[in-house]
Design a protein around this ligand. Sequence first.
Ligand code: ADP
Length: 343
Amino acid sequence: MSIQLQNVTFVYPGTRVGVFGLDLSIDDGELLAVIGASGSGKTTLLKLIAGFEVPQSGRIVLDGQDVTGLPVRDRQLGVVFQSYALFPHMTAWQNVAYPLKIRRVEAPERHRRAVDALARVGLKGMEERRPQTLSGGQQQRVALARALVFQPKALLLDEPLSALDAGLRGEMRDEIRRLQREFGISTVHITHDQEEALSMADRVAVMEAGRVIQLASPRELYDSPATRSVAGFVGEANLWEGVVDAPNAVSVPFGVLLTTAHGLGKGQAVTVLVRPENIMVGIADGIPNRFAGTIVRDRFLGAVRRYDLAVGGLVIRGQTGIRDPIETVSIRPEHIRLLPSAS
Ligand code: ADP
């Protein structure tokens, strides 16, 4: 099912916060991750799609049907929140069967479908267990099975993995992706974990102050962030204020960087983005942008080493597998991105 938000504005009564003029289209079978700082409007977006809040203007369209005024239940969406909110007095299968019960599905059919849904999330044999006897990851799977059991038209996930430890989170990430593909179900997945967003999503929406400031594939978002704040939010970043010097050069506080042809006018203020993994250690033939400095921070993290090289009053943050002492770094022109200036 496709999900569309057309110029949707919703402001919490008595406040100035909410979401403003959202235009968003989620394709059938697509997984859209929504990221952004706390308070940027991610949960509000989800509540509007689900029908827990009604926009003051704009339309919400599911599979071509305007559902803006429809109550939650009639939208047929599976929702999983941060707290799984399982019923403690019910067994796993009873929890999963609950949405079928309120939809008046007959008892034997309810049981059959709940058992089947539990098997699909890897909980075969756990049907009679109560939530408190299950691990966090297993409870999360029950919540997922409950959201999927009535064959919803789309899945809305609000930080469903945030309560899990890192290892389990990775495992559940893959599990959600697998189920989402298997069911071919359009999914909106809110997360504060940018790695989770990049690794799971077909596309990522970045929210800021109630607006979507970029909507792009994970790769595009990482390689070509629209703004300085997106660049800083997604992955590690060197962000330097600079001024265009020539058609293929910008000056930054520690020198001049040769770039690829950028088409910007001389004197224009820009923000320069270079990802730490694109800072090369040492010098190499044909690579300009060589800078010598002093290591002021050096962290060995196993597979990678992260370091800060102080150069002309600024710090170049790098990431490398090289273990030798570092005195000089080089930056290839094609690894330099120019973004609109912060000011
Ligand atoms: P996020 O999910 O990105 O953390 P939310 O969508 O929950 O952000 O909140 C967006 C903004 O709306 C925040 O400023 C938040 O404080 C405010 N907000 C959320 N819920 C309510 C509410 N029920 N009443 C008033 N303001 C709210």
